[in-house]
Ligand binder design. Structure first.
Ligand SMILES: *Cc1c(COP(=O)(O)O)cnc(C)c1O
Length: 501
């Protein structure tokens, strides 16, 4: 299949695939076994009441049909293992295979969460060492690894804030959130029972200190701040922001999703942050999504420690700094906000993140951060003459352009993103952050080589030329996929979630 403007298309992309139910035909089996050489048993008699009267409505297919179905589907997803994934704010970095190797070591992979503590010391040491590494990296005093994602970490962190205020007699009423924030921040505040008050950004995309001073009062529980912000800018006034909040008895929560720009360079605990979350699946190279587990540890200052979710890992018969006594889970913590996740949390992710931290070491982690920032700034330099750059402040790990120049010719950020698919790249983040109209948010991460960055730059520059010469090609992209433009409104409003056989 020839694609307009592009010569090549991957052969597998021409293989369309129906639903597994549509391929079913009665009596087909996915296996062949030799005839029974033992007496057969009547399962319904054995199961009694538990035996279902009618067979479940499951598709019936041969083994090769099943294998092909799922193998084909697996090739439809774009993945970090296929090419650059410049989705801003999400830090889609490479997941090193050594992490996978370590996570599959029998003693770790098979460890049962109900194994008695005295027989689980190995895995508890892994948990403890990761906790200590993350405390060191963030400059905080205490941590919980329970939360299963960034948003879950935010929820846990704001529960700590609430519990601390309540312990002082007043939970307070509102949480301040900058207009550039990720949508999970206001959702978290609301679900924890707080009113959300919007904080307007200044001309550099940062916090307006005067506006902040006016808005913080005795009813403010906390400010939720992303640093570096969602436009990739480091909040250089962060110390003063913390002081303004603390003077009114309010706390500073940091959304640590962008820690890939800070690890080994600056520590939130040193610049006034009281509580924060990390996304192990962003900064620490554990896989994202695909239904797989994430991990959103919450680190806090000592005064919030009594409120951490139970259980908390402690060393028996020694103070915490001594790496000698046995580790055990402590449940008797009367001020705790309670458990937020079953068992240890997503322990497989802890192992991967720890493998990544130890493989890099302190200098390696710092280098990673520097490379991530360098890569983002390389893209900025190579594209700033063709795309509008609304905030000129120094970029950290990501760069946000706008579609202003292309929109004047009728082509929007979403069109350019869809055209990137034809060039073999995952789209960047579209229309976020909200403070940039027509945002194009690009985060290459340190994983990408100079060669891959140059391919991406060339693709973006080529699309910018197309916008001027053949805008209809961009506006109708993608052309290389099985389906092109979907009716996104109908897909959201009238989803078909059930197969009607
Ligand atoms: C990704 C992200 C979150 C949410 O994290 P999840 O792990 O996806 O729940 C919150 N804030 C920011 C800035 C993010 O980029």
């Amino acid at each position: 299949m020839a694609i307009q403007g592009i010569g090549k298309v991957r052969a597998h992309q021409t293989q369309n695939e129906g639903l597994v139910f549509e391929k079913s035909s009665p009596g087909k089996r996915g296996y062949k076994l030799p005839p029974l050489d033992v007496p057969s048993v009547d399962a319904s008699a054995l199961l009694g009441e538990a035996h279902r009267e009618n067979p479940a409505l499951l598709p019936e297919l041969s083994e090769i049909e099943i294998i092909r179905h799922f193998t084909r589907l697996s090739t439809w997803n774009y993945a970090i293992d296929l090419g650059m994934y410049p989705l801003g704010s999400c830090t889609m970095k490479y997941n090193p295979r050594v992490n996978e190797f370590v996570a599959r070591i029998d003693g770790l992979a098979d460890a049962h969460p109900y194994r008695p503590e005295e027989l689980a010391q190995g895995i508890l040491e892994v948990v403890d060492l990761l906790q200590r590494c993350l405390i060191e990296i963030t400059g905080m005093d205490a941590i919980t690894l329970q939360p299963a994602a960034g948003a879950h970490g935010e929820f846990t962190g704001i529960l700590l804030v609430r519990a601390w205020h309540e312990s002082r007699g007043n939970a307070r009423k509102k949480i301040l959130i900058p207009d550039s924030a990720h949508g999970t921040n206001p959702a978290t505040a609301a679900i924890c029972g707080y009113a959300v008050e919007n904080l307007k950004s200044n001309a550099d995309g940062g916090i307006d200190l005067e506006a902040l001073e006016r808005q913080v009062d005795e009813e403010t529980a906390a400010l939720m701040l992303t640093n570096p912000s969602t436009i990739g800018v480091f909040e250089s006034q962060i110390h003063r922001i913390a002081d303004i909040l603390h003077a009114k008895g309010a706390l500073l929560y940091m959304d640590g999703a962008n820690m890939n720009a800070l690890v080994g360079k600056a520590r939130p605990g040193d610049f006034g942050v009281d509580v924060m979350h990390l996304n192990l699946h962003k900064t620490f190279s554990t896989p994202h999504g695909g239904g797989g587990p994430g991990s959103g540890p919450v680190a806090c200052k000592a005064f919030l420690e009594p409120f951490l979710p139970t259980p908390v890992l402690v060393r028996r018969g020694s103070n915490a700094s001594q790496a000698s006594g046995e580790l055990h889970w402590e449940y008797n913590r009367p001020q705790s906000v309670g458990r937020v996740r079953g068992f240890y949390g997503n322990v497989g992710m802890f192992i991967r993140a720890l493998a990544y931290i130890l493989a890099n070491g302190p200098d390696g982690l710092r280098q990673t951060t520097e490379d991530a920032v360098l890569n983002a700034n390389y893209i900025r330099k190579k594209l700033e003459d063709v795309f509008d750059l609304p905030y000129k402040t120094a970029s950290m790990h990501e760069v946000v352009f706008s579609d202003k120049r292309q929109a004047a010719l009728g082509v929007k950020t979403g069109d350019i993103a869809k055209r990137l698919i034809d060039y073999g790249f995952h789209p960047y983040t579209v229309s976020f952050p909200m403070i940039v109209h027509g945002a194009m948010m690009i985060e290459p991460t340190e994983s990408e080589s100079l060669e891959e960055l140059d391919l991406f730059v060339e693709a973006m520059r080529s699309i910018a030329r197309e916008v001027e010469e053949t805008p209809e090609v961009v506006k109708s992209a993608p052309h290389s996929t099985r389906v092109s433009r979907l009716d996104e409104v109908a897909a959201a409003r009238k989803p078909i979630l059930r197969w009607k056989g």
